[in-house]
Design a protein around this ligand. Structure first.
Ligand SMILES: [Zn+2]
Ligand SMILES: [Zn+2]
Length: 435
């Protein structure tokens, strides 16, 4: 402490700074005290050494005594947060630029290395945050500061005297099964009116009355009090393809949730009871924001069942030969059916295994195991030579998928710790359907 006194002696003698700002100027040099306590201790020591009184100055040349407002900022934050459930939070402050300037100039003038101190903003954030934490605790809400992924954040604008309260999204992971061939994965705004509502969409603003996203979101929004939900899937199936087996991994992002402490087992039952057997969910758990990107980038292997129609009758041996020849790499140019929204590219994906049987009607039921990203309909039809080889090419006839089911999405996401995450409001464009 006497070393600190040597460094700050002349600053103290000039009686410019409050205890907070004085203590903060040498905050990094240690002593384990808070800035205000350190400032006070230095003043007492100085006084003792000089044999002269040294009270804290009436007005601080740096902060103008702003630390006296810590309590009222914390109270404002508390009032804004009322009615919102959260366990992690962050306080940030926007300070007038001149404040940081004055701080640096003062330290330079008194020979204090800026590296020894702490920026004003950092102390102010901490002080308001700590005070707010105590107030919340007294109100029965246990919280902790989180610098990376806070559930809510408070931004103080000192110059304009404004407080902004932001609620970050809640992310719920799960797997869904889609048991019907009539609904898309996510809601599609009407093409004619782009969602505003028009005669063509019967003023719903949508191409389809319901979606997997909306069926899952309904009960989740009811229980969380969120304003909007978006479904992020690990790929997606066509509207007319079912999603069976253990289902497809997804993350549901809920904007502005009022409640985050959820009984997920009860929620799962509620969703499954509400969808009239169109959609079923399982394995619900809350996850961090980062899982969304991982989920969307994963190229999971898939298993499909496809019902295929041929233009002419096919012999079983012929079919077996063709299927055997399809195992291995397949080259696919972007299919015509998605080319309006995807660049024309050549893609190479492997068929890992393929078996099939002809039924009484002469149609084939195929079981396909392949790498993620393979276009199954085009593997069968050849897409006018854009996919090679194809079943149609090998058989020398026209072949077409009548029905497609995804039997398995072979992707596992390790259980994340039960924590919630900060999200962005960035729109995530849906990729092409797999299959
Ligand atoms: Zn001050
Ligand atoms: Zn419309």
């Amino acid at each position: 402490m006497s070393e600190l006194l040597e460094k700050t002696g002349s600053l103290i003698a000039d009686e410019l700074l409050c205890d907070h700002c004085l203590g903060r100027s040498v905050a990094q040099l240690g002593s384990g005290l808070g800035n205000a306590e350190r400032g006070q201790a230095l003043r007492v020591l100085w006084s003792f050494q000089q044999g002269a009184p040294c009270p804290e100055p009436q007005s601080c040349a740096l902060c103008g005594g702003i630390f006296a407002s810590v309590d009222s900022w914390a109270e404002r934050a508390l009032a804004r947060a009322r009615g919102w459930q959260f366990r992690t939070y962050l306080v940030g402050t926007r300070t007038p630029p001149r404040l940081a300037q004055i701080e640096l100039e003062l330290r330079r003038r008194y020979g204090l290395d800026p590296e020894w101190g702490e920026p004003f903003k950092q102390e102010f954030n901490r002080e308001v945050g700590r005070r707010l934490g105590l107030m919340l605790e007294q109100a029965g809400q246990l919280v902790q500061a989180d610098f990376r992924e806070p559930q809510v954040s408070f931004s103080i604008d000192l110059e304009r005297q404004k407080l902004r309260f932001e609620v970050n999204p809640l992310f719920i992971y799960g797997r869904y099964r889609k048991l019907v061939r009539t609904i898309p994965q996510t809601h599609w705004p009407c093409r004619a009116c782009r969602g505003r509502g028009c005669p063509r969409c019967d003023y719903s603003g949508k191409m389809y009355p319901e979606s997997v996203e909306e069926l899952i979101a309904g009960p989740v929004l009811a229980v969380t009090g969120g304003s909007l939900a978006r479904l992020h899937g690990a790929g997606r199936e066509d509207i007319n393809a079912r999603m069976l087996g253990t289902g497809r991994p997804f993350v549901l992002e809920i904007k502005r949730p009022r409640r985050r402490e959820l009984d997920l087992a009860a929620l799962e039952m509620e969703i499954n009871a509400s969808t009239e057997d169109k959609v079923q969910v399982s394995q619900l758990r809350t996850v961090r924001h980062g899982l969304v990107a991982r989920l969307k980038s994963v190229q999971a292997q898939k298993r499909y069942r496809a019902l295929v129609n041929f233009a002419r009758p096919v012999e079983p041996e012929q079919l077996d030969q063709a299927l055997a020849a399809l195992v291995g790499p397949i080259e696919q140019r972007t299919p015509r059916r998605v080319s309006h929204r995807r660049a024309d590219r050549l893609r190479r994906r492997r068929v890992l295994s393929l078996e099939g049987q002809l039924d009484a009607a002469g149609q084939a039921v195929l079981l396909i195991h392949c790498e993620g990203g393979l276009y199954v309909k085009e593997l069968v039809s050849g897409d006018e030579g854009r996919t090679r080889p194809s079943l149609a090419e090998l058989l020398g006839l026209t072949a077409q998928v009548l029905e497609l089911d995804v039997l398995e999405v072979c992707a596992d996401f390790p259980v994340e710790r039960r924590s919630l995450a900060q999200g962005t409001d960035a729109e995530v464009a849906p990729g092409p359907p797999d299959g």
